[in-house]
Design a protein around this ligand. Structure first.
Ligand SMILES: *[C@@H]1O[C@H](CO)[C@@H](O)[C@H](O)[C@H]1NC(C)=O
Ligand SMILES: *[C@@H]1O[C@H](CO)[C@@H](O)[C@H](O)[C@H]1NC(C)=O
Ligand SMILES: *[C@@H]1O[C@H](CO)[C@@H](O)[C@H](O)[C@H]1NC(C)=O
Ligand SMILES: *[C@@H]1O[C@H](CO)[C@@H](O)[C@H](O)[C@H]1NC(C)=O
Ligand SMILES: *[C@@H]1O[C@H](CO)[C@@H](O)[C@H](O)[C@H]1NC(C)=O
Ligand SMILES: *[C@@H]1O[C@H](CO)[C@@H](O)[C@H](O)[C@H]1NC(C)=O
Ligand SMILES: *[C@@H]1O[C@H](CO)[C@@H](O)[C@H](O)[C@H]1NC(C)=O
Ligand SMILES: *[C@@H]1O[C@H](CO)[C@@H](O)[C@H](O)[C@H]1NC(C)=O
Length: 833
């Protein structure tokens, strides 16, 4: 009885909510029409958030007569637009709005913005699978426009079909995120407007860079303009604020920066201002009814990226601001005096590496950490280990703690020149720079020379701030932790077992016309695959395990139990299974375009795979694999990734299939050993083929092979290459070393491919097929590498360059009996031990 009351209450409130929101949501039958209110530039009909803060409608910016769909504050007189749907192209209503533009939800359940002549000007490209789902659009109190199933009253990133917060314009609102959603492969960045009356994408950009350690960076055009400094556990080194909680979340699902308000009644926004090239935070002041500029970045000249050149320190209150760090002198004294600091500084006395007692470190306090592009991190090492690590490598120039939390932990070491240094405007960090012994701390103290404090401008106030900030930092840290745990818990809830529906044998026999040969789609490693049509017209694919196949009950159960738990748009969906007597079958969704190899390696079909499609396929496979590897509770190693296991749906979206070989692990375990080597030659990593060791990195190897195959249109094994005995990997490596890697690209593409994209793919492919698992990136990095412009590591010589060695000598010598005549079929090899 006691449980009943909350139930009734919640039912009551739910009904109330849906009643009151009925007028605030956009549905199929209720669309938003551009009917201007003569006196203002905005529309009369708008979609309003529940608390009345935000509204969505049509507007004309500045002096422009173009119409745009956007979100603005409802109660703030001068329309302050925070989001624009159709940044490009604009809408043009006719002079008297006789045929207005409209925002509506179409029959496919997608939001569409229609121009007066009925063409779709903008749409978030969503589709809803089931006809029975009725989709509504709602503007949340946060200013987030979401598309959701009418039945779901509460959302969350995973539930919403689409949300505008994933596609920010130029404004960062509380609750929004910047950075990577690794599960969905979305990178959220802000882009300024082109000008005050043109919302199309301008030059200024702000986003998350995932290097060795994540940072927020602003670009102007292609040029780096301002960097936050690396995440140091509390704040980006150099930033803090008392009004907002700044969170940095880094886990397997996301890598984001987000801010929450401490006082919910404060109205605040961060905008990338294209006119001034500043990122500005404005707060609304009710008394004066105006926006007040609260902060703006870059704050001063020293924030400009690398103003003072290598080893140059920027001290904002000094004139001129650039000074060489103590122990350094201008590389070109004339230029430096003429206020051209680009060449920076060099050491006054060179240090000699490797000779004992010839070099050491000097501590520089209160600095913003230099650019980490040429750095290395380890999050658990102590400062002392870090020092040793740096000392041991002659190219290491400096080290520091990665995080300032808990008295300092982790190791960040730099190679080469240190750039973008400044005296931090908030408590900075200690940086230890490598010097000749005579210049190091120890020596200087002994000599008792007057210590030149590099940070002349570090005022006592910094100490006060430090004390103040410490208390706040603790709080913040705790919040980040709670947030992480709650994210993980959510995942657990989602992962509850879904039972697979059982199909009845008679249904399948009927659907496949008694396993008619005409309906046979192909032959998998463990039996034939048929197409079937159910009585209701649904097309399905059926994998029928042959009794003689190697796949026994064990693999079947494995596949069934795995598939039941997996759902991702880049994994083939299993609809059910059928086990009756001797028969064991798996029922999949039907993929009209069959498998990737049927296009890729077919000289008549391969042209259909243009560069865009190839890249889309590569990216999709990477996302599917990331999901397998990093899914919160399970860690799944596919073990048999290859072109014929990638199926293509009607839109050529790739779906990974065939989980017969896959292994499921607990969250922590990352590698296993087997004496049952299974997989496909040409795709197997060295450690797996030779020692039976498999890990997520052996899947990465297979992915690398697949990637190279997709780029080149050739099989790793069996194709003939100019250099005797080389396989595709060997060929790719040879071309890479000889500096004409683009020759690898499939000839059928001609010139029609994206050069930098192809180079990037080839480089990522080579990194994935490195001999040592630890040299291969994980899938999260692969996704970031494929979708960013960051500089990639140089690949070393990959594994398995030559087909013969793999099949013949190495494997034979390790006791496996592998015959070189094996073809593209999955093999299961029992090792005699
Ligand atoms: C236009 O908007 C103004 C201010 O919101 C309002 O006072 C006026 O009545 C509206 N006019 C029409 C025609 O709706
Ligand atoms: C718009 O309306 C004005 C006055 O109502 C009329 O003079 C004009 O011809 C109309 N223009 C069009 C394009 O319909
Ligand atoms: C419809 O309008 C859009 C933009 O207003 C324009 O680009 C397109 O050419 C028009 N289509 C037709 C068929 O008039
Ligand atoms: C939707 O897809 C079309 C075609 O693929 C693309 O041009 C458009 O930019 C996409 N729209 C959005 C909002 O992503
Ligand atoms: C929150 O902000 C409002 C408006 O600025 C102010 O009146 C109120 O006192 C603040 N509340 C707290 C708890 O700081
Ligand atoms: C850009 O900055 C200028 C000057 O501070 C200000 O007048 C203007 O409103 C800002 N633009 C935006 C989009 O906030
Ligand atoms: C980081 O350092 C610790 C301690 O030296 C070591 O155990 C760990 O393997 C290192 N991690 C990485 C990723 O190098
Ligand atoms: C020093 O570090 C660089 C960069 O990571 C690396 O390439 C080089 O092999 C290292 N040298 C030694 C001796 O460890």
């Amino acid at each position: 009885m006691a449980n009943l009351l909350p139930l009734i209450l919640s039912f009551f409130f739910t009904s109330l909510f849906s009643l009151s929101s009925a007028t605030d949501t956009l549905t199929k039958s209720h669309s938003l029409v551009d009917e201007p209110n003569g006196t203002t530039t905005t529309t009369t009909t708008t979609l309003v958030s529940n608390d009345g803060t935000f509204e969505l409608g049509f507007f004309s910016p500045g002096s422009s007569s173009n119409r745009y769909l956007g979100i603005w504050y409802r109660n703030i007189p001068d329309t302050t637009v925070v989001w624009v749907a159709n940044r490009q192209p604009p809408l043009k209503d006719d002079a008297n709005f006789t045929t207005p533009s409209r925002l509506t939800i179409n029959d496919e359940g997608s939001l569409v913005l229609l121009s007066p002549n009925g063409t779709v000007i903008w749409s978030p490209n969503t589709t809803v699978k089931s006809q029975s789902v009725s989709v509504v659009a709602q503007l949340l109190d946060s200013g987030n426009l979401v598309l959701r199933n009418e039945k779901d009253q509460v959302g969350g990133d995973e539930k919403y079909i689409w949300q505008s917060f994933d596609y920010p314009s130029d404004t960062f609102l509380p609750g929004m995120k910047i950075g990577w959603d690794l599960r969905r492969g979305i990178n959220r960045e802000l882009r300024a407007w082109k000008s005050w009356d043109d919302p199309s994408v301008g030059e200024l950009r702000w986003g998350m860079v995932v290097g060795v350690t994540p940072e927020l960076v602003m670009w102007k055009g292609e040029e780096e303009y301002y960097r936050s400094g690396p995440w140091n556990g509390l704040i980006f080194s150099g930033k803090t604020t008392p009004i907002f909680d700044l969170h940095f979340v880094s886990n397997q699902d996301e890598l984001v920066y987000t801010s929450q308000l401490q006082n919910k009644s404060v109205i605040t926004r961060v905008v990338l201002n294209g006119t001034t090239s500043y990122r500005q935070r404005y707060n609304w002041v009710e008394e004066t009814k105006s926006w007040r500029l609260y902060s703006s970045v870059p704050r001063d000249n020293c924030d400009n990226y690398n103003l003072c050149g290598p080893y140059g320190n920027c001290v904002v209150n000094d004139s001129p601001p650039c000074q060489c760090l103590s122990g350094f002198e201008p590389k070109s004294p004339q230029n430096y005096n003429a206020l051209d600091w680009t060449q920076g500084c060099v050491r006054s006395e060179m240090w000699s590496c490797g000779v004992k007692n010839r070099d050491g470190f000097r501590r520089f306090g209160g600095l913003k950490m230099p650019d980490t592009r040429k750095a290395w991190v380890n999050s658990s090492m102590t400062l002392e280990d870090c020092r040793m690590k740096c000392l041991a490598n002659c190219s290491c120039t400096a080290y520091a703690n990665l995080y300032v939390t808990g008295g300092g932990i982790g190791c960040l070491i730099w190679f080469g020149e240190l750039i973008d240094l400044r005296v931090a405007s908030t408590p900075g960090q200690d940086l230890y720079i490598r010097m000749a012994t005579s210049e190091t701390d120890a020596k200087r103290h002994k000599k008792m020379v007057g210590i030149v404090v590099i940070a002349v401008a570090v005022p006592l106030a910094v100490l006060a701030l430090l004390a103040f900030a410490c208390t706040h930092w603790r709080k913040r840290k705790r919040r980040v932790d709670t947030e992480k745990t709650s994210i993980e818990n959510n995942n657990k809830d989602e992962q509850e077992d879904l039972d697979l529906p059982l199909y009845d044998l008679a249904t399948i026999v009927h659907a496949t016309n008694d396993f008619s040969n005409d309906l046979k789609l192909g032959q998998g490693g463990f039996g034939p695959v048929y197409k079937g049509i159910l009585a209701d017209g649904q097309e399905i694919a059926i994998k029928r395990l042959s009794r003689s196949s190697g796949q026994g009950i064990k693999e079947f159960k494995n596949e069934v139990s795995l598939c039941a738990k997996l759902q991702h748009r880049n994994l083939v969906k299993v609809l059910g299974c059928c086990t009756q007597g001797e028969e064991k079958m798996l029922i999949y969704e039907y993929m009209p375009n069959k498998s990737l190899d049927s296009f890729l390696f077919d000289s008549r079909q391969n042209e259909f795979l243009d560069w865009t499609r190839r890249f889309h396929i590569i990216f999709g496979i990477a996302r599917g694999l990331l999901y397998l590897h990093q899914d919160s509770r399970l860690r799944i190693i596919h073990r048999d990734l290859k072109a014929s296991n990638i199926l293509l749906d009607a839109e050529m979206n790739p779906k990974i299939s065939d989980f017969g070989m896959a292994r499921m692990f607990g969250g922590d375990q990352i590698e296993g050993n087997t004496n049952r080597i299974a997989g496909t030659y040409g795709y197997m990593s060295p450690e797996y083929a030779i020692h039976g060791l498999f890990s997520i990195k052996s899947d990465v190897f297979s992915f690398g092979v697949l990637l190279l195959e997709i780029v080149s249109g050739k099989k790793n094994r069996g194709a003939s290459y100019p250099n005797q005995g080389f396989n595709l990997i060997g060929q790719a490596w040879r071309l890479w070393k000889e500096n004409h890697p683009l020759e690898l690209v499939d000839g059928c593409l001609g010139e029609a491919f994206n050069i930098s994209g192809a180079l990037r793919c080839i480089q990522v492919g080579l990194l994935c097929v490195q001999v040592h698992p630890e040299d291969r990136p994980n899938m999260a990095s692969v996704i970031v590498m494929l979708s960013s412009e960051n500089v990639l590591p140089e690949p070393k010589e990959p594994g398995f360059l030559i087909e013969k060695i793999m099949v013949g000598e190495e494997c034979a010598s390790s006791g496996h009996q592998i015959s070189s005549s094996t073809n593209e079929v999955t093999v299961t090899q029992l090792e005699a031990r």
